[in-house]
Design a protein around this ligand. Sequence first.
Ligand code: TYD
Ligand code: MG
Length: 452
Amino acid sequence: MSKVQEKWVCTECGNTQSQWSGNCSACKTWNTVEKFLEAKLPKGTMLQGAGVQKPIPITQVEIGAEERFSCGFPEVDKVFGGGIVKGSLTLVGGEPGIGKSTLMIQIAKKIADSGRKVMYVTGEESLSQAALRAKRVEAEHDNVLLYQETGFSRILQQIEKIQPDFMILDSIQICHKEELSAAPGSVSQVKEIAIALMKVAKELAVTTLCIGHVTKGGDVAGPKVLEHIVDTVLEFEGDRDLEIRMLRSKKNRFGKSDEMAIFSMQEKGLKEEENPSMIFLAKRLAPQTGSVIGTILEGSRPIFIDIEALVAPSAYPTPTRKASGFDPTRLAILLAVLEKKVGMHFAAYDVFLSIAGGVKVKDPAVDLALTLSIASSFTNKPIGADLVAIGEVGLGGEVRSVHKMQNRLKEVAALGFKRVLVPKGSLKETEKYPIEVIEVSTVDEAIQKILV
Ligand code: TYD
Ligand code: MG
């Protein structure tokens, strides 16, 4: 019998420490340190099994062909890097109510359609709730076996008995290993279950998707180590009140990690959107102050998004700065650039920024569009909906070039925009496009050309 050792782990960064503290000793986040029990192996255990494997030259390793299969959604297959790898373990994270279970049951049905056996373990909902959803999205299939269970050993028994090709676990936080005293969803449970699932996936070739809840910050709840254990981490996100949903890969051992699939949530479940650019812009009617169109790259594909800013006199001595879908620190930097390089003063103004459609933007190519939207709201001058702004903004107010400009410009022309603002030096690539290309080298110059 192995001894158990008490440890404390930070759910944000995964750092372990021997004592509790109010904030994590590594990442300094508050209230994230949780107790977990780690099995302390008896002396000598580490050496068991030694000698079975020995180090061999890398050139002599036999590389087996990676077996992949389609999940039935072409865009999701792309996110996986060209289909799901057989025997892989994927974690799908997302906020409650975003549509994780809906996506999973639809994937289950499509996989069953391809002649595979699917086991859907529903720990969070009753059988009838899960079946009702399946009926609603027309995902009923005889080869999708619903199983309501939260005990891991019983789930394992059924896996061995049924031998499904594919398993969905909804969710990892509700599942528990009976032999651990910790509560379901705790760090030790989640971690142990992930390790066990990995073994099942690899040894029994059961390709597994497991749902994970997310914390306020948007990370999958449980220790960061959870993300290290699994092969692939997907994030399902979007604005719950809007119909757009995005599935993107955050980590992928078997492919690129920046691909994204876009869905819309409809009456009968999720539908893949092949032309996502337009859905993010659909609501745009006439020129509006504080609203500018920018591009982000998702994988190799440019997507157009509407960036909205509102600059309004503040009623308080400390004005508010709020950004949804965008890093607040980056917003503060861009405001400082506008203050210093353009002479717009925001000390008495609240600034709100929102990216339409609930997209979370990381691509620096939106900097210029963002800066212009703030300037437009500040000066009360509209910018036409026929214009797209592309460019990164540096601390000195300079507009910097962005990667994949060619791709972005091709799409700008294809979608019928009339004008595009680009960093100086981009023109040689763009000569052949039938749009007005306006080159700028600083934010100030961009404002002079567009807003005045
Ligand atoms: P669900 O898959 O239960 O979310 P999660 O598992 O991430 O918590 O879906 C939740 C929402 O999706 C629910 O509020 C209603 C909506 N929905 C639709 O709009 N259409 C549908 O066909 C289904 C099944 C759900
Ligand atoms: Mg659910």
